[in-house]
Design a protein. Structure first.
Length: 147
């Protein structure tokens, strides 16, 4: 909204002749525009920046979760660095610790305990990938929506 040249009060489009606050006649005299143009900032974006920007996709995150989710790669892809390190540490502890327990407790053999735990970890990561793929309005670590 424009302001009065005398008192600086806000003037509506119905009060163009006399300012309702100070009574100044023609309070908009010398003002070239009644609105503020804010779309000029949109043109200042460089075309190169727009061409090189590629947002993260839900499908790539899903594939990363399914294939190498235990490494934290899909969470790195979504730009959550600290959470990715925590994700990797939890998986190493889960696979190493619980795998060792199952390796000594299963009567089938030593290696089957680890295979069982790795299979559980893969199923969990596939489930997390499906959840990421199906979630609406998901944002990455930079605040950008996933495609």
């Amino acid at each position: 909204m424009p302001s009065c040249r005398n008192c600086g009060g806000r003037i509506t489009r119905f009060d163009k002749d006399i300012c309702p606050i100070c009574g100044q006649k023609n309070p908009l005299q010398g003002v070239s525009s009644e609105t503020v143009e804010f779309t000029n900032d949109l043109n200042s974006l460089k075309a190169d920046e727009l061409k090189s920007f590629h947002p993260a996709t839900k499908f790539k995150a899903f594939v990363l979760f399914c294939l190498i989710g235990w490494t934290g790669a899909p969470i790195f892809y979504l730009n959550y660095v600290a959470q990715a390190f925590i994700w990797f540490a939890i998986h190493v502890i889960f696979i190493g610790g619980l795998g060792s327990v199952f390796a000594f407790l299963t009567p089938l053999g030593f290696i089957w305990g680890y295979i069982l735990v790795v299979g559980i970890a893969y199923l969990f990561n596939i489930f997390m990938g499906i959840m990421v793929f199906l979630k609406h309005n998901l944002k990455d670590g930079r605040g950008e929506f996933l495609r």
